[in-house]
Design a protein around this ligand. Structure first.
Ligand SMILES: Cc1cc2nc3c(=O)[nH]c(=O)nc-3n(C[C@H](O)[C@H](O)[C@H](O)COP(=O)(O)OP(=O)(O)OC[C@H]3O[C@@H](n4cnc5c(N)ncnc54)[C@H](O)[C@@H]3O)c2cc1C
Length: 392
């Protein structure tokens, strides 16, 4: 029987690996691709939908534009993996058998057990999420007045939090809407752990966009109208009223992998993978946000679209190598730099092909557009990339 390769997930990791495997497969394997939606979402631009829902069509790419006619696509939610039986369990359908499996299910938002957070906060992990945030921001603004503006709070000042706060501010400005935007970060500065020059450039742009920044205290509790920040035995927490609260404060692995018998981090369910993406089960590979990919002592690849995209190209080849019994390639993440939008502005940092370290303005905006357009062209077509250009 022909070797069965299965890829689960249609993000950067899954879509990129499918694309590459289709090129590398010499016909000795059949590919089945399973994901919950029949489109690839350009998640790293999903914050644009908070400002303008028409962007949705530009960042959703039908799987039919990515897969070859020989690849079978099954739209289904994966509910588990049985590595002994070598099957993927799917909601409302028969299990799918595999000889080699690539797990590329991305991540879910981490709530760290903070009381009320999961119940009251929006998350941003899907198109539905982005559309719902837009709807709630618009509704809160329409109920608000200049003297009593809508309070929109974004928790977590990483890539998604900063860019989302920037889009809410842009929505406010474009619609002349009475909205206060606050960005709350538990650590000491926006984009924690990154270069201070980049942090400073982002802070400046956020402040110019009239986003209030609160750093240095963690969200400790949330109820239906208040976010409690900091506080302790001798100190009351600061209280922030909110109408819309978006939480982007961290990621964790997918619940569906909890029972899979592969080595993973017990707390997060993120799967350990070697540099060739093999997990503790040699038939199962993992990449993207789902995986903790070894990059040397105490180092794993970052959970970014950039890393997932790079890894996917090698993972697609490795699936084909595994099918043919060939040695696997190893992968090392290469940081090509950081590009972050704040509304229509952007900041670029450490871009490997340029001599300047940190810059903003039209140069950074254009680079960010180029990266998104290149991905869309790679995975789909140049026509689709051109069509999306103005909205990136
Ligand atoms: C607003 C925002 C802005 C960001 N900005 C940047 C940025 O500027 N630069 C950058 O490098 N990174 C950025 N990121 C991070 C980046 O988007 C992620 O690191 C990247 O999406 C990871 O790719 P992935 O393929 O592993 O996961 P995802 O892109 O999340 O894809 C996971 C796939 O699995 C599917 N799936 C999940 N669970 C199931 C299931 N149970 N059954 C079936 N299918 C399932 C999903 O539908 C999806 O198709 C941003 C993220 C967000 C949210």
């Amino acid at each position: 029987m022909t070797t069965q390769v299965v890829v689960i997930g249609a993000g950067y990791a899954g879509a990129g690996a499918v694309k590459q495997f289709q090129k590398a497969n010499d016909g000795s394997a059949e590919l089945t691709w399973i994901s919950e939606h029949d489109y690839h979402l350009v998640l790293h631009e999903s914050h644009r939908v908070i400002r303008d829902t028409s962007v949705a069509s530009k960042i959703t790419i039908p799987v039919d534009e990515i897969k070859s006619p020989e690849t079978t696509f099954r739209q289904s939610r994966v509910t588990g993996i049985d590595v002994d039986e070598r099957t993927v369990q799917c909601e409302g359908g028969d299990p799918v058998d595999y000889d080699y499996l690539l797990v590329a299910l991305g991540s879910q938002t981490a709530f760290y057990g903070i009381e009320g957070l999961e119940e009251y906060a929006h998350t941003l992990k899907s198109l539905d999420d982005a559309q719902q945030i837009h709807a709630d921001v618009a509704a809160a603004a329409s109920d608000a007045t200049r003297s009593d503006p809508a309070q929109v709070v974004v928790g977590g000042a990483g890539l998604s939090g900063i860019q989302s706060a920037g889009e809410v501010a842009a929505y406010r400005d474009e619609n002349n809407a009475p909205i206060d935007v606050t960005l709350v970060e538990g650590l000491d500065e926006v984009l924690p752990g990154m270069d201070p020059e980049l942090q400073g450039a982002l802070r400046t742009r956020l402040e110019e966009a009239d986003v209030d920044i609160m750093c240095g205290e963690f969200v400790s509790r949330v109820d239906d109208d208040t976010i409690y920040v900091g506080g302790g035995e001798d100190e009351d927490p600061a209280e922030l009223d909110y109408d819309v609260f978006l939480w982007t404060g961290g990621i964790t692995g997918q619940d569906e992998l909890a029972d899979a018998d592969i080595d993973k981090d017990d707390r997060s369910n993120r799967v350990y993978a070697d540099r060739d993406f093999q997990t503790s089960d040699e038939r199962v590979f993992a990449i993207g946000d789902t995986a903790l990919i070894d990059q040397g002592p105490e180092e794993v690849a970052p959970p970014t679209a950039q890393a997932a995209w790079q890894a996917a190209e090698v993972a697609g080849d490795n699936l084909a190598h595994a099918v043919r019994g060939e040695p696997l390639e190893t992968w090392t993440h290469k940081d090509k730099g950081t590009l972050i939008s704040v509304g229509d502005d952007a900041v670029a940092h450490g871009v490997d092909i340029l001599p300047i370290d940190t810059f903003g303005g039209i140069g950074a905006e254009t680079l960010k557009k180029i990266v998104a357009a290149r991905w869309i062209a790679d995975v789909s077509s140049i026509g689709r990339a051109i069509d999306a250009w103005s909205d990136m």
